[in-house]
Design a protein around this ligand. Structure first.
Ligand code: NAP
Length: 311
């Protein structure tokens, strides 16, 4: 039996239940809130979305967990000690959606849309010099499921793309860096820096004042990963001091971003409400179902989250 363990509103959870049940007609999938003691004993797989760890602890026969989200920092923090295998969502549709967002907001910065919006507000007729994309370097932090696809879209659009990852990578047409020195080398060249890293012990606070100061003059930042990877106050200081030009932030330390947060009103910050790459329920449910059916058939699991590494 499969438990659906979420902290979603019931109506939203129902939509997931319908999509998952359609993709796995032979499975019994029951929301945790509807499981009695006897049924909980029979659950061997949990499909989760921000589950309450206390609910997971009440499933004694659980063998593994499949999350319907790509980011797992909360699961690792809350369930890491249980040592249950965790499978996260790796969905080509999610990668395409994120790559589209990266391209869209890279264009926003590259074609100086923040400046032209300001000129219009001020009734100023001013033309900025055009630069070709191949003369602009976009640095990607993270070359995983999302970063790799984003690198392809950016390359197709003609940008000079460089990337940083934990292990050495060879991506055709993308100069790749790793390690501390690699990060410094990438930062020094990134006129537009895009963060697509997971939030782990190593990446928390990674983009602080010292690292932001390594960027070229007038660089911009796009953070589509997780808020705490970036020290927001340091971004504000870098913008105010004229070191950086603009920041597009989709993720924050606290979400929703509190109404009194300084970020909302900063003229050089674009605030987005965590919309760069929403999970597509239909494609995600198909992928979760494929993984569960493969487990039922052959006992195999897709790559699981490395709990020590944190992603
Ligand atoms: P992924 O496939 O696990 O890729 C992570 C990448 O980051 C890999 O290239 C990895 O290097 C690199 N990395 C991790 N730790 C590092 C470190 N300490 N130093 C250097 N590089 C490091 O993850 P993904 O699927 O691309 O997703 C990335 C993140 O995006 C998720 O964790 C989630 O938080 C976020 N996300 C945001 C949204 C949104 O709507 N805003 C939507 C979905 C996901 P290796 O390749 O060497 O392992």
């Amino acid at each position: 039996m499969i438990a659906l363990v979420t902290r979603m509103p019931e109506a939203q959870e129902k939509l997931w239940l319908t999509s998952l049940s359609e993709k796995m007609p032979g499975e019994t999938i029951v929301p945790f809130r509807h499981l009695d003691d006897a049924a909980r004993e029979k659950v061997d797989i949990a499909i989760v979305a921000n589950p309450d760890p206390a609910d997971i602890a009440r499933l004694p026969g659980l063998k593994w967990i499949h999350s319907v989200w790509a980011g797992v920092e909360r699961l690792v923090g809350e369930l890491g000690d249980s040592n249950l295998p965790i499978v996260r969502l790796v969905d080509p549709q999610l990668s395409r959606t994120m790559a589209e967002a990266v391209l869209a907001w890279t264009y926003y910065l590259f074609r100086d849309m923040p400046a032209y919006a300001k000129f219009q507000r001020e009734h100023v007729w001013q033309q900025l010099a055009y630069r070709r994309p191949q003369d602009v370097t976009v640095g990607l932090l993270g070359l995983g499921a999302l970063g790799a696809e984003a690198s392809l879209r950016l390359k197709d659009a003609g940008f000079n793309v460089i990337g940083w990852s934990r292990s050495a990578k060879s991506v055709e047409g993308v100069k790749s860096f790793h390690g501390d020195q690699g990060l410094e080398d990438l930062l020094a060249q990134s006129e537009i820096l895009v963060c697509l890293l997971p939030l782990t012990a190593e990446t928390r606070g990674l983009l602080d004042a010292a690292r932001l100061s390594m960027l070229p003059q007038d660089a911009s930042l796009i953070n589509f990963a997780r808020g705490p990877i970036v020290i927001a106050d340091d971004v504000i200081k870098a913008l105010d001091s004229g070191l950086m030009k603009h920041a597009v932030l989709d993720v924050f330390d606290v979400e929703p971003l509190p109404a009194d947060a300084a970020l909302w009103d900063h003229p050089a910050i674009t605030v987005l409400p965590h919309i760069s790459a929403p999970t597509d329920r239909e494609t995600a449910a198909a992928i979760v179902a494929g993984n569960i059916l493969a487990y039922r058939d052959a006992g195999t699991l897709p790559p699981t989250v490395d709990l020590a590494r944190g992603y």
